[in-house]
Ligand binder design. Sequence first.
Ligand SMILES: [Zn+2]
Length: 185
Amino acid sequence: MANVEQLLENNRRFAATDAKGRVPSIPFLPHQQIYVLTCIDPRVDPGALLGLGLGDAIVARTVGGRVNQAFLDDLAWISYLHETKTPDAEWFELLLIHHTDCGSGLMADDETRAGFVARGFDEKTLLSTAVTEPATTVRHDVATILASPAVSPAIRVSGYTYDVRTGLLTLAEAAGQRGRGSGTA
Ligand SMILES: [Zn+2]
């Protein structure tokens, strides 16, 4: 529990600052109008990679940074709120980030995957979730969002790869909006 004690101490110090008063209020618009989806991998913390601070962005994280139904549902909810509560506000940009050396790649390993399938998980889903070529999977996920009818067509979506060795992001799929094409996807 030592680590948690330290976190709670950090929180008390945070609460003593004025940072909590400088965040957007509901219905909220993040300061930088950015929405980011990355992997849960601790090396791919968007705050650190992109210099985002409290209140700057909406951040979602999934295994591999993959777009799944739960993420699409969240995006649909945010689209709905934006359209109905803040219709005149600027729309946000959505950045998808897939990275090198991703642990989701283990889902492509036959033995590892078989063991998880034995616990009741779907083989096809696992295989399609594995990020072994981040530029390919991130382009695929940008296309999935652009094809999703519940997601506002006003949201601009772009895909990046992150190299865990260099720390650099590389554009894999330029910003696209539904109905306007999405570059190479
Ligand atoms: Zn990962």
